[in-house]
Design a protein around this ligand. Structure first.
Ligand code: SF4
Length: 358
């Protein structure tokens, strides 16, 4: 496991998950279905749960959308469910009533103190924590005017303001997120929050976009903070299928050795020595291990382009292949085992991995 010293944050319970303290860093995502479409939302939450998502958030635009939580729980969803609320204290109260395990709401946005108190009282009675979620795109006008831009200090001030409203009512069951699409701003804002509050921190780069640039931005933003010991739960936001968010989040945690389990795949970059179609073999391998549920195995697999350097370079891998001409070599811990024709290479590798599993 990682050797980073982790910031000591307060523990909060969200359904059957703990975030903060020494709890493992959890992976979150959010549905992008219409909340009123119960079956579509169920299908997506179920797929996220199966993919290893630990906590899923669902938007509750109005109070009449809140029964989704009861519906999902009755259908057997086990992972904690978070209600995403903007402006409507009625929607927040309904979400708590219908079984949301956490609500994400900024109390300064829901109007009078009575409304804030009603939400806090309902959450206290039900043991439901609140996440304050500040984004660069939705900063309060007064703060924005004072700072002139959504700077790290401005984001932190906004979060501290909303936290203060809850603390005034003696509510401390809080998680915090300060997100920005600008990575240095997101990093700096979270450092301020980590220093000035005891609460668990939810990390994310907002509006990261799609594909490579989004994954890179999230990896740098989230990864930098995790490597400093900051962050208790993560969400990679992608303009894509939420299942890809789980995949990316898991890779970030794996790269930092913040999670145990899960196959680590290493591949050589290929070069003039490569006489095998390693790029397509690697993508075929990744697809197959997911289909066969082998990606959760705690082993390291290497796909290398040549027998000259491959087995040696990947000596620390539990198993691997090294390409030849029209064939490949299967090796274990750097030691050659047998040669296999190229078109059977992935099948045979998978077969060997399954035997290792047994
Ligand atoms: Fe090139 Fe072989 Fe190294 Fe791959 S393992 S980069 S093919 S020398």
């Amino acid at each position: 496991m990682a050797c980073f010293e982790r910031r000591k944050s307060r523990e909060i319970r969200i359904g059957n998950q703990i975030i903060g303290g020494n709890a493992p860093i959890s992976i979150q995502s959010m549905t992008n279905t219409d909340t009123y479409d119960l079956d579509a939302t169920y299908a997506q939450v179920k797929a996220l749960e199966e993919a290893g998502c630990n906590i899923v958030r669902i938007t509750v635009p109005k109070a009449d959308a809140a029964p989704i939580f009861t519906f999902l729980k009755e259908k057997g969803i086990k992972i904690p469910l978070v209600a995403d609320i903007h402006f409507s204290h009625e929607a927040a109260l309904a979400a708590v009533k219908y079984g949301a395990d956490k609500i994400r709401i900024n109390p300064g946005n829901i109007g009078s103190k009575d409304r804030v108190k009603a939400v806090v009282d309902a959450c206290s009675a039900a043991g439901v924590p609140i996440r304050i979620g500040v984004n660069s795109g939705s900063l309060e006008k007064s703060i924005l005017e004072r700072y002139g831009a959504p700077t790290a200090e401005a984001l932190a001030e906004s979060a501290l303001y909303h936290i203060g409203l809850l603390e005034e009512l003696n509510f401390y069951d809080i998680a915090v997120s300060v997100k920005a699409s600008d990575v240095p701003t997101m990093i700096a804002a979270n450092r301020i929050i980590a220093e000035r509050t005891p609460y668990p921190i939810h990390l994310g780069v907002t509006e990261a976009g799609a594909r490579t640039s989004a994954v890179v931005k999230s990896s740098i933003g989230i990864g930098t903070l995790l490597a400093e010991g900051i962050g208790d739960t993560v969400r990679v936001s992608l303009t894509d299928d939420p299942l890809k968010e789980i995949e990316a989040a898991r890779e970030i945690l794996k790269a930092l050795k913040l999670t145990e389990g899960g196959m680590e795949i290493v591949g050589c970059p290929t070069c003039g020595r490569t006489k095998i179609n390693l790029i397509s073999l690697l993508s075929d391998f990744e697809k197959r291990i997911k289909e066969e549920g082998l990606d959760r195995l705690n082993i390291k697999v290497a796909l290398m382009g040549c027998v000259v350097n491959g087995p040696g370079e990947a000596r620390e891998a539990d198993i691997g292949i090294a390409g030849g001409i029209g064939e490949g070599l299967i090796f274990k811990k750097g030691v050659p085992q047998r040669k296999v024709p190229e078109d059977r290479l992935i099948d045979e590798l998978i077969k060997e991995i399954k035997e290792m599993k047994l």
